[in-house]
Design a protein around this ligand. Structure first.
Ligand SMILES: [Zn+2]
Length: 169
């Protein structure tokens, strides 16, 4: 898990505000802490009659908390990926940009293979999403982020890996 500070730094370089970046970091790493996202999921699961707290409790009871609100779940499960992208698209394009950037940085951190083209290709395979109406819009945003990361790969990669070494020391 790359530190938020580092996510913010690169998001800001991309022209995203710190507020948007922090919001998206929280959504990705701790989705249940973002109230309006909890409400969104609650409504998708037709549980609008519950409060957010009740809803979170129920997901724990049913042992689906991790599947619905787990850390980085938007990268590993199609359902939450779709929810998060739909939710963020309606908030604005910068939110979606920050979302792709965060996941890509986490992905870089966790990969042993460091060659930029391989990393980006594997990332696209993993994040393939063909379930939204706004596919083209999403692909356009994704490609923009890929280009940004490619252009800054050397520096970004070094910062991500250095931060990990420091943390594990
Ligand atoms: Zn993360």
């Amino acid at each position: 898990m790359t530190e938020w500070q580092l996510h913010n730094k690169w998001a800001i370089k991309l022209g995203i505000t710190r507020d948007v970046s922090e919001y998206v970091n929280r959504l990705i790493d701790f989705p249940h802490e973002v109230e309006d996202y909890v409400s969104f999921v609650k409504s998708r699961m037709k549980k609008d009659h519950m409060t957010n707290d009740e809803f979170i409790k129920i997901t724990k009871k049913l042992k689906i908390f991790h599947t619905v609100f787990g850390h980085d779940i938007g990268r590993t499960k199609k359902g939450p990926m779709k929810w998060q992208l739909e939710f963020l698209l309606q908030k604005g394009i910068d939110y979606v940009k920050a979302w792709y950037l965060h996941h890509l940085m986490d992905f870089i951190e966790n990969r042993e293979d460091d060659k930029v083209n391989n990393v980006l290709e594997k990332f696209c395979e993993k994040m393939k999403i063909k379930i939204l109406d706004n596919d083209n819009e999403l692909l356009r945003i994704r490609d923009l982020i890929l280009m940004f990361v490619k252009q800054n790969y050397y520096e970004m990669h070094k910062e991500i890996k250095d931060a990990r070494i420091k943390r594990n020391r």
